[in-house]
Design a protein around this ligand. Structure first.
Ligand code: HEC
Length: 146
């Protein structure tokens, strides 16, 4: 049991509540992402990204399970184009912790999401953004707000 990682601050409370209510309690060292909270975290990404359109950064619909640097029509950095990464929970977690350290030369000039819980949340949100999922068209409608 590696509860120490998550036993700080109020996240511990939230985490324990989640544990007690769920059978997933046998994996206390894994932080379970919450897509709803992740949508809030994603607001930071929307300075540059949208789920459905290429902007300063590439669109994110379907990003989980996709090769890095693979969105058609987006002008990636050579570093991203050459990277042999497939975006998964694990690689996104590493990249988003410190993008420029994980992938030197990336054009994503952004400090990342240092908080592990927020990272898990935003990754959960990205996982829901499969091209066929509700998150993508729903976000397309909301995009005009911001
Ligand atoms: C300051 C602008 C900016 C912000 C803020 C930003 N990104 Fe990016 N992002 C980029 C750019 C530019 C790229 C392309 C990087 C390259 O080509 O090296 C990118 C690439 C990515 C990629 C790789 C996509 C692919 O198709 O391979 C992921 C995943 C990603 N960003 C996730 C995020 C998430 C999640 C956030 C918010 C927590 C975020 N980004 C915030 C600019 C940004």
């Amino acid at each position: 049991m590696n509860i120490h990682d998550v036993s700080r601050g109020f996240f511990a409370c939230a985490f324990l509540l989640q544990c007690c209510g769920a059978i997933a309690a046998n994996q206390p060292s894994e932080i379970k992402g919450d897509a709803k909270s992740g949508e809030q975290v994603y607001a930071r990404c929307m300075a540059c990204h949208s789920l459905t359109e290429n902007r300063i950064g590439p669109k994110h619909c379907g990003v989980v399970g996709r090769r890095a640097g693979a969105v058609p029509g987006f002008d990636y950095s050579p570093a991203m184009r050459r990277a042999k990464i497939v975006w998964s929970e694990k690689t996104l977690n590493q990249f988003l912790a410190d993008p420029m350290k994980y992938l030197p030369g990336t054009a994503m000039v952004f400090a990342g999401v240092p908080d592990p819980k927020e990272r898990a949340d935003v990754i959960a949100w990205l996982k829901e953004a499969r091209p066929e999922s509700a998150a993508c068209p729903a976000n397309a409608k909301r995009r005009h707000r911001g």
